[in-house]
Design a protein around this ligand. Structure first.
Ligand SMILES: *Cc1c(COP(=O)(O)O)cnc(C)c1O
Length: 386
């Protein structure tokens, strides 16, 4: 799975830590260029999936913009070289200070999630003598068919403006002198593995775009968000998502008008497979019914299994022939601090290294200070070859 020189570099460091394969990241971005940017689509990387400087620099080099959900992310994107004109700012609860930061930096667009937010942005823009470009985040009521914690486009979710409120919001827009409506925005959820929900999204986006433009508004931007899933079961044999099918679906089903641009906000599908959490087996113990492999990484380093019942591939870095079945668990004082239950892997002993795969998205960014555990620096593949 990892070449020998990588394994020996991985072994020489204090665990647990994240390892990023920047060559895989580049290959993924090349595929996105070939299939998405080449169709004229605008793609923003969702920083919330990963905001490491080294990762962001690579992503920017390939011509992606930045999709941010906090003032901290807006600042990080600009610090890492993204042009403010390539930065969009979404989020259901933007604070006044965050909105002011976006206005001062001159970001491209605020994705607005409520009537009240629109009026606050208008007021703050007036105070600063600016006009804010905004897209309305609409709730399309599309079921993303994913884990309920990461579905966002249903009526009962907190995100976006519901259909019932749309007319009222549209009536307000001409009254706001410091708002320029530039588009509509959707984001239906994350880790969506089937294309059907995206097809449904296209149909809703067509309807809504026509409805709003028929009322006399101009919508140069149609932003369909992110959510494209990755293959957590086969990170080695299927490391790059099928972007061609993904973008081709939008080309086929979204009725883009001549004056309209299509925008995407991809997070997980860009960075998910390039990261692994490297951890060491501290202890093994056998109960009456279970073997436990207790490793030195826990939910403090990678919370996805505890938070979403996510399942990550587990690779033993120097596997022997013999296999065994384990619950692979962390050291944190919570029973949910379990990476996998009853997983068959090569037999491990104290000191063996394990890679928890597909951890590049929503991994390191969700690290927590719980239990005051020590955080060790990440390793990047570019630093291995001498
Ligand atoms: C999280 C998020 C994304 C990225 O989602 P992925 O599933 O990682 O592609 C895009 N847009 C918005 C508004 C988000 O909140």
């Amino acid at each position: 799975m990892f070449p020998r020189e990588v394994v020996s570099a991985l072994k020489s460091r204090q665990t647990p830590y994240y390892y990023y394969d920047l060559d895989l990241l580049r290959a993924t971005l090349e595929e996105i260029q070939k299939t998405g940017l080449s169709r004229g689509y605008h793609i923003h990387f969702a920083l919330k999936a990963n905001h490491q400087k080294r990762i962001l620099k690579v992503i920017r080099e390939y011509g992606l913009g930045a999709d941010c959900v906090s003032g901290g992310e807006v600042a990080q994107a600009i610090k890492c070289g993204f042009d403010p004109k390539d930065v969009v700012f979404a989020g259901v609860g933007k604070s006044d200070q965050e909105i002011e930061l976006g206005l001062k930096e001159g970001i491209d667009c605020f994705n607005v999630e409520s009537k009240q937010e629109l009026s606050v942005i208008n007021e703050l823009a007036a105070e600063h003598g600016k006009t804010a470009r905004v897209a309305l985040r609409l709730n399309p009521n599309v079921d993303a068919d994913t884990h309920r914690y990461i579905t966002t486009g249903l009526k009962e979710n907190k995100f976006g403006i519901n259909q019932e409120d749309l007319d009222e919001v549209l009536e307000l827009i001409p009254k706001f002198d410091h708002i320029e409506l530039v588009g509509i925005h959707f984001h239906i959820g994350s880790q969506i593995q089937k294309l059907e929900p995206f097809r449904e999204l296209c149909h809703r986006a067509n309807e809504l775009s026509n409805y709003i433009e028929d009322k006399g508004f101009n919508l140069p931007v149609i932003n369909v968000g992110g959510g494209f899933g990755i293959d957590y079961k086969a990170p080695t044999s299927n490391p790059i998502p099928d972007f061609e099918h993904f973008f081709a679906l939008f080309e086929e089903h979204l009725q883009l008008k001549d004056h309209q641009e299509l925008h995407f906000e991809l997070g997980r599908s860009v960075v998910g497979q390039c990261g692994s959490l490297i951890t060491k087996v501290l202890y093994t113990k056998s109960g009456r019914e279970k073997n436990f492999a207790i490793v030195d990484a826990g939910m403090t380093e990678l919370i996805r299994p505890a938070l979403y019942q996510a399942s990550h591939g587990i690779d033993v870095l120097e596997p022997g022939e013999e296999k065994a079945t384990y619950d692979v668990v962390g050291p944190v004082c919570e029973s949910s601090d379990t990476f996998r239950t009853d997983v068959e892997i090569p037999k491990v002993e104290r000191g063996d290294l394990i890679a928890i795969r597909s951890a590049g998205a929503y991994g390191e960014v969700m690290r927590s200070g719980y239990n005051l555990r020590t955080a060790f620096p990440s390793l990047y593949s570019d630093d291995i070859r001498g």
